[in-house]
Write a protein that binds this ligand. Structure first.
Ligand SMILES: [Fe+2]
Ligand SMILES: [Fe+2]
Length: 135
């Protein structure tokens, strides 16, 4: 069973952002599967790298939109992206430097951060962009 599923409560109304969120949901589930599968380090490391690369590109997309349209909530939104990035770096560095596996704490953090951020902060950005003709 997936640890997280995309649903309409996460929809921002901006196609590019929603597609990337759906891919992030898939990657988080792959992370969870690899974690539950237990011990296949190459697979888990590959998914961790994919998560990091994809998340960075996704944050850059949203930040680009915010800059282009002079979004008033830019600073708060950016801080949330930074918090997630720093936390993910901490979790993954511990893992890559030799910890046996990812921790449940790390996965729970990512799932809960993603859900809260997407349904709140990203949706607010989506509404702002929609009002400016970006869908
Ligand atoms: Fe965001
Ligand atoms: Fe997002």
């Amino acid at each position: 069973m997936p640890i997280i599923e995309w649903d309409e409560s996460m929809a921002t109304g901006v196609a590019q952002i929603d597609e990337q969120h759906q891919e992030l949901v898939r990657i988080i589930n792959q992370l969870f599967d690899a974690y539950q599968g237990g011990g296949d380090r190459p697979t888990l490391e590959q998914v961790v790298r994919r998560f990091c690369d994809y998340t960075l590109a996704h944050f850059a997309l949203e930040e680009g939109f915010m800059e282009r349209f002079g979004y008033p909530g830019y600073d708060t939104h950016l801080t949330e992206h930074m918090d997630c990035s720093m936390q993910a770096i901490d979790f993954f560095t511990a893992y890559i430097e030799g910890q046996d596996t990812l921790t449940a704490e790390a996965l729970n953090y990512l799932v809960s951060w993603f859900r809260t951020h997407t349904t709140g902060t990203d949706r607010a950005l989506g509404a702002f962009l929609n009002a400016r003709g970006v869908f």
